[in-house]
Write a protein that binds this ligand. Sequence first.
Ligand code: IVH
Length: 680
Amino acid sequence: MTQTTLSLKEAQQQAQGLREQINDHNYRYYVLDDPIIADASYDRLMQQLKSIEADFPELITPESPTQRVGAAPLKVFGQIRHELPMLSLDNAFNEDDLNDFDRRVRERLGTDSAVEYACEPKLDGIAVSLLYEKGALMRGATRGDGTTGEDITLNVRTIATIPLKLLGEGWPDRLEVRGEIFMPKEGFERLNKRAKARDEKVFVNPRNAAAGSLRQLDSKITAKRPLDIYCYSAGVVEGGELPDRHADILERFKTWGLRVNPELRVVKGAAACAEYFSRMSEKREALPYEIDGIVYKVNRLALQEQLGFVARAPRWAVAHKFPAREEMTLLKDVEFQVGRTGAITPVARLEPVFVGGVTVSNATLHNMDEVARLGLKIGDTVVIHRAGDVIPKVVRAIPDRRPADARDIELPERCPVCHSDVERDEDEAAARCTGGLYCSAQRKEAIKHFASRKAMDIDGLGDKLVDQFVEKGLVNTVADLYKLGAEPIASLERMGKKSATNLVNALKASQKTTLARFIYGLGIREVGEATAQSLVAHYRDLEAIKSATVEQLQEVDDVGPVVAAHIETFFKQEHNLEVMDELLKVGVHWDEDTGQEEGVDQPLQGEVWVLTGTLHTMTRDEGKAVLQKVGAKVTGSVSAKTTALLAGEKAGSKLTKAQNLGVRVVTEDEFIVLMQQWGV
Ligand code: IVH
């Protein structure tokens, strides 16, 4: 759209109007988190403004919202001396440290009463200083060494959430805003995924990605990076005043269009700070950005002044750090574990180390490819990462610390448990024990899988108990479980009469099951819960599944040639057929013809659905599982038989085809509403 018919004056008026609207929407979107227009409408306003500015370049101002896309590359960064030093914070590593901090504050202030603290997340990003003069962003600088930083003005100007012009009124003539620039987790994942796909270097964490993005000599690159900011204090203030409490200053910042962390809370006393800390620890994983602790700040500025500084850190604030997620330790040995399907997994035995809030002494190394990728040797110093409830991982070795007697890690030629041969397929990362159910490790794992919650759900049959059953020769196959009496169970370690009776009852209760649970419980390679459900939905009974050929099996959703071959192989083995017969003989049964969970209505019985595009609130597999649960058949392509198409973002040819055929199209939002109606 060109505006050549406009006079300069009209163009100026229109540009002005558009800028105001766009700035208002930016404010609502970025600061209030409350947008009132769709992204597409916003894009249109932006497009109109760009088009006017293209026709009348003389109207472009540095504050125009169009000017965030990046300027010409910089040769080197200029240096900026901070007018007031940018301080760092002392750390507290536990509640005692926090209480000591609070005690020192009260002693210095000469008070016994609880001090008011502002509590806020400590963001894991890059500290910056933004200088506003008469409301216009004049300069952006990194913290540097606290005294001198780098001039990153052009780069910070590209960050959409940093206002080029302050909104509202009442800002001091000169105002230095300080805050943390960070990369949200989602943007970080996206950036790294793209880098990986292009075989480019990936960033190790969001903090590094933010730092790397901000220190680009070419601000056009910065402009493309998903950076964001939370402002957390004021530096220089001239020609105006700010409120006399920290939290009120940040409230005022918001009215000027500056982003402030919404988790900020004002509390009284150290106990309330500790409470905030534990609440945020729980919330940490769910936050869309990385934090590495909590900062407590004395809220009243008059008291902050009274407290002053020691060296480079204020006495009025402290950073209470979360336990580190990465620690170094020694790789003492590597042992090999045998899984249910015989896969042999190298497991790192570590010098115990406290990381991510727990002591870790083992970590899986997945397979020999991973060992090779990490370039590990026994005796190495390694970095362990543990976040949230995720299993600890070895992320890298430190080659400089390798001792002269470090040993290579070698895959054993024989199974460490049953001494059968170990084989390694060319195209598979896993090595396998060929012992099958002769191998007691595989037997144990098969029984644990059979008993697990998503399979037969045998309450009270824990791993330790299964190990004892197998070691004592009480149980050889899963069918033997149902032949156990209370007495032999009661004689085992840590078992009594009562727990033995409970287990026998639980075994009895588990006999009534569903065909899908039964199939899943058999532990056929690569047949997970969803595939088991697809098999049942397709064949409806066990005999039909047992006798299906590899070709027929591939008609089932989800089942490709590899899985089909695993299924066929499983049902060809005499031993497996015997165990299945035994299971039925000892009382395992299910309702014929449904194969579905009891108690779930099947409103979509008889319907055929197809999924396409990207879903945001679930994976396609999850969407598919939901549909199958409520009775729908899910297929891979749209035809006249299709009842409905669940279309996520960027849906392509399937969507067009559905529209041409007049097939009902369901969006993800509509699907979420439907799921509520179906009660899933
Ligand atoms: S206040 C004198 N608040 O932590 C007060 N800092 O070790 C100094 N940081 O360089 C800063 N989140 O990069 C403050 N909510 C927050 C913060 C925060 C992260 C960083 C900042 C600073 C470092 C201090």
